[in-house]
Write a protein of this length. Structure first.
Length: 249
């Protein structure tokens, strides 16, 4: 049996076998993948670590999400997992051939797994776990994305005026009931600030100019979710259009 380590996950399309401990188990959610029959599918995200002191997220799909043996600090043997790379971050996912063995009496007694158990029992230090494994490119050091739970905890500190994060999440709700989905803006290329409507004549206080035909720009309130929680964010014109997929104004 050839087992990969999290720190040295291979690239390519070949499935891998890996033994690791579970750090976190997210809730089972239902997502819509496409229209038609079998459009909805169960999804669950778990976080894994091993004796390379590295974390990686794995997305489970379908019936495998309901494995009752998936618990924090449980050793699992995962067979035929898929490796993906997105924005220089490696992650794992299941396919219809993936098997997860979480019952300890069914995990084979092989040297790699015995070493992993020994490390867990004698050397494991939760504070030594590194951020999620990254692909190294020409851009120097790579930083792992935050979870929503981590962002919420950090921003509870009221002394922080602004901070920047990488976040991988999905759009779980767009507040379409808001009356301010878009606003009239100055058509001047370097301005695009909000204009005031004076009986059909639009005034830009910044450019000190009047216009008959302003441009309209999105301002959406969007709820982002991941396996740790949810957060409300604002998405403005170009970003909003990339989420919606078109300009309907």
């Amino acid at each position: 049996m050839k087992l990969s380590t999290i720190e040295e996950l291979p690239g390519g399309n070949d499935p891998i076998d890996i033994a690791a401990y579970i750090k976190d188990v997210g809730p089972v959610t239902e997502v819509t993948l496409k229209k038609g029959v079998d459009a909805k599918k169960e999804r669950r995200v778990i976080t894994l670590y091993d004796n390379s002191n590295t974390l990686v997220e794995m997305t489970l799909w379908g019936e495998i999400c309901n494995n009752q043996d998936l618990q924090s600090d449980t050793l699992v043997l995962i067979k035929a997992a898929r490796v993906s790379v997105f924005n220089n971050t490696k992650s794992l996912s299941s396919s219809f051939t993936t098997k997860i063995i979480a019952r300890q009496d069914l995990i084979p007694d092989v040297p790699e797994i015995n070493q992993l158990r020994e490390w867990k029992n004698s050397e494991f230090d939760d504070t030594a776990l590194n951020s999620k494994v990254r692909e190294q490119g020409t851009g120097g050091k790579k930083y792992s994305p935050f979870t929503i739970e981590e962002i919420n905890k950090l921003t509870e500190n009221k002394t922080i005026d602004a901070a920047f994060f990488d976040l991988y999440a999905y759009v779980s709700h767009i507040k379409t009931e808001s009356p301010n989905l878009y606003y009239a803006a100055c058509p001047t290329e370097k301005c695009k600030r909000k204009v005031v409507d004076n009986d059909g004549i639009f005034n830009c206080n910044h450019c000190v100019r009047n216009f008959n035909d302003p441009i309209y720009r999105y301002t959406l309130n969007i709820k982002l979710s991941d396996h740790t929680g949810s957060i409300w964010v604002s998405a403005f014109d170009a970003v909003a259009q990339s989420i919606i997929g078109n300009n309907f104004i």
